[in-house]
Structure formats: C-alpha cells, structure tokens
Design a protein around this ligand. Structure first.
Ligand SMILES: Cc1cc2nc3c(=O)[nH]c(=O)nc-3n(C[C@H](O)[C@H](O)[C@H](O)COP(=O)(O)OP(=O)(O)OC[C@H]3O[C@@H](n4cnc5c(N)ncnc54)[C@H](O)[C@@H]3O)c2cc1C
Length: 511
C-alpha cells in the first residue's frame, strides 16, 4: 500500500548548531543495546567508527529484561527468564554472549534437554495437571485430557491440504490441521505462554512463521518438521565466536540464561558500549522525531532531528527500538498516517507475581504449567523457576522454591479492569490461590513481588505481515533514514530482537 505524503511534511533545512551524530538509537532495551553493539562493530562512516547515541527514557537499561536480585542472593525475573539456543536467532544470542566474554567468565547457565524441567511441561485442565507427551510411548498412549493418542492427530495431519489463505488465526490453522482438542488444550495454552495472547486473534503467519512455512512449502507441519531435521542449519552468524555454540551442541541445551539473570547480558552490553565510546543517555525520553532535507544536499537526502529530554540531535540515521505505539506518538505531527499504522500494533499487559518458599514445595519437577483459555482460572500459567535454574536460588540457606505466576495478557481488562487501578494485593492473593489449588502449595511465601507490566508483549493479529509491508513501503517511498526494530515487528523473543537488530545492521553495512 502506498500512503499519501503528509501535508505537513517537513521541508526545512537541517538546523545548524545541533550536535551531529551518525546514528541515534531510540530505546535502551535489549534491541537498542544490541543494535548499538552491532553498529559499532560492523559499520564504518568514511572509514571511521560511527558516532552513536542511545536514548533511553527510563533511568535503567534493559526494558522488559529486569532481574531483581535479593539480598539473600536469589534472582527473580520480572520479564524474560530463559533463552532457547535453537535456530539462527538462538545462535546469534549465544555468539553475542560469547563475544561479550560471558562464556569465558563462566556466567552461562544451561539447562540440558534431559533435565526434568526440559522434559516435563504441564497443562492445567479439568481440575488437575497433565504432563504433555515427551516420548514416543507417551504419543501412542491415550492420555488425559485428550480422548485419543496424540499420534493419531499427527497421523491425520498428513492428509490435511494446505490453505490457500495468506494468513489465518493460530486457532483456525491448528483446528484445521490437528482438530479441536490439540488446539484448545495445547496450542491455545502455548499462545498464552508465549504471547499472553488469544489464539483466536493471533496470526499464525507472524507469530509462528515456521508452522506457516512448513504448511506452505512442505504441505504440513509433520512433513515440514521432518524435512527441517534433515537440513543442517546454515551458519548464519556474523560473529566469529563459536566456542559456546559448540558446547551447546555437545551438551544439547534446552534453554539457557546467565548468572545474575538476563540483566547480566544488559549490564555487559552497557559496559562494552561504554568502552566503545557509544554515548548512552538514560532518563531522556524521546518526545519528537522529524526528518528534514539536509542542507547542501542535492539528491534530497534527509536527516533526522531527534528531541529528547529538552535536547536535540541531528542524525544521519535513526534506529527505532521502542514499541511501535511510542514511535507513532513521536511521528504523528509530520507523518500522521504512518503513525496510525504504527499505533495499530497492539500489546497486552501482563502481571507477574514472583513467589519464593522455604524448602522444596513442588511435588512435580518441570518447567511449569499453562492454563488453556477454556478453563476457569485467573492465571495464564506458572513457571517453576527453581526447578529449571536452581543456580539462581538464594545462596547458602538450604533449599528454596521460586515460582512465577503470570496473569492477564489479552484477558487483563476483562479479569482485572484498568491496569492503572488494579490492587497488587488482589493479584498476589489470586497467585497464592492458584498455586494452592493447582499445585497444593499452602505454605506462606518468604518473598513475593507483584509487577504489572503494561503493554509489554505485542500481539501480532491476523494480517500483521501487511502492516509490516505498509510500514516498509512508507519508509522507502519517503526515503526516511529510519530503521524499525524491536518486539513490535518480527518476533517478540529476546533472540528475535537481537537477531533482527543484527540483520538490519548487516544490511546497512553493505548498503
Ligand atoms: C513477562 C514477560 C516474560 C517474557 N519472557 C520471555 C522469555 O522467557 N524469553 C524470551 O525470549 N522473551 C521473553 N519475553 C519477551 C522479551 O522480553 C521482549 O520482547 C524483549 O525484551 C523486548 O525488547 P525490546 O528492546 O524490543 O523492547 P523493550 O524491552 O520494550 O525496550 C524498549 C525501551 O525503550 C524505552 N522507550 C520507550 N519509549 C521511549 C522513548 N520515547 N524515548 C526513549 N526511550 C523509550 C523503554 O523505556 C524501554 O527501555 C517476555 C516478556 C515479558 C514482558
């Protein structure tokens, strides 16, 4: 789609006297920090290292990555807690950790695929926990809550033709290929676990691009999945450190994190960027972004004028690493229709309740459980943090159990009302009730923390790919020196954020 040029398009000449930099990176979450890292590493301006400024609105870096370290030495994650090593995106994060020296400093904590937390994942349905199949035997046996062995659903999937639709909801896609039970108990729960979102609204093409590709290219998920195991993944990595990747391969990791939590990755990036003379300004919310014709430029080259914290910068290029909605607000004066499209990508609010108990209070070992949306419960699921990562428990005082209860997501308003007015004690009591009813835990936690994370996970709705096309078209047609990165666009995982940042910088390097 081609959008009309806004009538208020800035045509003024670039302002003299402003500090001039090569890149302004807006946002100091994991996307912004890794984008700055890759820019510093791979891009040269006239043969020299580029001048880069990172502008972060809040006082701390990391965005949704937020590891709270208690005085007793326990780590409670408010946002992401583990990273998957699989695929190009997974490998890029591993390489980044290696390049930052985290491997050689023995900071990496991995969970192997044979660990109970990797093998045991549960769903809560019809009043009890059910272990999801994790072996061939469990696929051929009928297991509650399913009325048939799961292998029979997989067998039927072979014969389902591919859809002629460009995109459809995750629910419709899964229902068509696997039927109602798999969709409502497993796929719906998975959407709540990853996106805190509703499978009936999320786009299969944008939220699970591999599944969509397997159907379109190979005619089915099982067929596509099998073909994928036959192809060795390309070494699609632009960093030269692969010691950690080899270790991951040898040890067969399921997921990994860092000592001190994922905040350690943020701290290490901040340290590295400081050494590399990248200017990082925290507490400077960007309030306006406009693009103006550069003085003395004949080809109509544009530069950006960025306003933040009462200061202005002139930049050759802006890398936006803030939520699309926030960027829309910065650009709405001059680029109103573009801003509207940016704002159309919505995110959901999630409340996390971190709980810590004396001793081992879990009767089952595993990663945690999810609650499908067809069950009566106010929680999305509970992660058994201490089971997967006992290394992040408090030090030296015997065993403890750490859990995180997730709530809300696409159902936040219906269940709890306006996030601004929700009482934290109410959410804490819901979390305690859930672990009592679902896990039989009646003990009083020795630590608890409630956090309401507003608009924290983008939910890509059906047709999201067209939204991305419209945004790309506008940037290209208007020749804006602007790159859109971050979880609003092409993947919400930390791995996706880092990988997309690296690919974008790589393209700038060769352009
Ligand atoms: C509860 C939860 C659990 C999760 N679990 C996992 C997990 O286990 N594994 C996984 O891979 N992913 C997980 N994720 C997803 C992942 O954490 C996020 O998608 C990712 O961290 C987003 O990073 P980002 O840098 O793109 O955006 P953000 O983290 O949102 O960072 C954007 C930054 O921009 C700043 N900013 C915004 N507006 C402005 C402005 N106008 N001017 C200046 N700065 C501004 C913000 O303050 C923020 O620091 C989870 C997310 C949540 C919320």
């Amino acid at each position: 789609m081609s959008l009309p040029v806004s009538s208020s398009r800035a045509v003024v000449k670039a302002v003299r006297g402003l500090p001039v930099v090569d890149f302004v990176v807006i946002g100091g979450g994991i996307t912004g920090l890794s984008a700055a890292f890759f820019l510093r590493r791979y891009v040269r301006k006239n043969g020299k290292e580029p001048k880069i400024v990172v502008l972060e609105g809040s006082k701390r870096l990391g965005g949704w990555i937020h590891s709270v370290r208690t005085e007793e030495g326990a780590v409670h994650e408010l946002g992401p807690r583990t990273l998957r090593p699989a695929g190009c995106a997974g490998q890029t994060t591993i390489n980044l950790a290696c390049a930052l020296g985290l491997y050689h400093e023995h900071k990496v904590v991995a969970v192997r695929r044979d660990h109970p937390s990797a093998k045991n994942r549960f769903i809560y349905a019809n009043g009890k926990l059910h272990k999801l199949p994790n072996s061939l035997l469990s696929l051929i046996r009928k297991q509650e809550p399913f009325s048939k062995p799961l292998l029979s659903y997989a067998w039927n999937e072979f014969f389902v033709p591919k859809s002629p639709l460009e995109d459809e909801s995750v629910y419709d896609f899964s229902h068509r290929r696997f039927g109602k039970e798999v969709t409502e108990y497993m796929v719906d729960a998975m959407c709540r676990g990853i996106y805190a979102g509703d499978a009936r609204e999320l786009s299969v093409r944008s939220c699970f691009p591999l599944l969509h590709k397997y159907e379109q290219q190979h005619g089915g998920i099982i067929k596509g999945g099998y073909q994928a195991t036959q192809v060795r993944p390309e070494k699609d990595s632009f960093l030269a450190h692969d010691d950690l990747m080899q270790k991951e391969h040898r040890e067969k990791w399921s997921v990994w994190t860092l000592k001190g939590g994922l905040q350690t990755l943020v701290e290490k990036l901040e340290w590295r960027l400081g050494i590399d003379r990248v200017v990082i300004n925290t507490g400077e919310t960007c309030s306006h972004l406009e693009f103006v014709d550069e003085e003395e430029s004949e080809g109509g080259k544009k530069v950006a004028i960025v306003t933040a914290g009462g200061k202005k910068w002139q930049a050759d290029h802006v890398v936006s690493c803030i939520p699309s909605h926030n960027l829309g607000q910065l650009m709405e004066e001059e680029h109103d229709q573009f801003a509207e499209i940016l704002k159309s990508i919505k995110s959901v609010t999630v409340a996390t309740v971190n709980l810590e108990y004396e001793g081992s209070v879990l009767t089952e070992e595993g990663f945690g459980y999810l609650v499908p949306s067809n069950q009566t419960s106010n929680v999305l699921g509970v992660v058994f943090d201490s089971c997967a990562l006992p290394q992040l428990n408090r030090t030296g005082k015997g065993k403890t159990t750490r859990l995180t209860c997730m709530m809300g997501g696409a159902w936040f308003h219906d269940l709890f009302g306006d996030p601004q007015n929700v009482d934290s004690d109410h959410l804490l009591s819901i979390a305690k009730e859930a672990v009592r009813d679902h896990l039989g835990i009646t003990a009083t936690p020795v630590y608890s923390a409630v956090n309401i994370q507003r608009d924290c996970i983008p939910n890509y709705k059906v047709g999201h790919h067209k939204v991305l096309d419209d945004l790309d078209d506008y940037v290209r047609e208007q020749s804006l020196p602007l790159t859109l990165l971050g979880s609003s666009y092409r993947g919400v995982s930390v791995n996706d954020c880092i990988y997309e940042a690296m690919k974008a910088v790589w393209r700038m390097r060769s352009s």
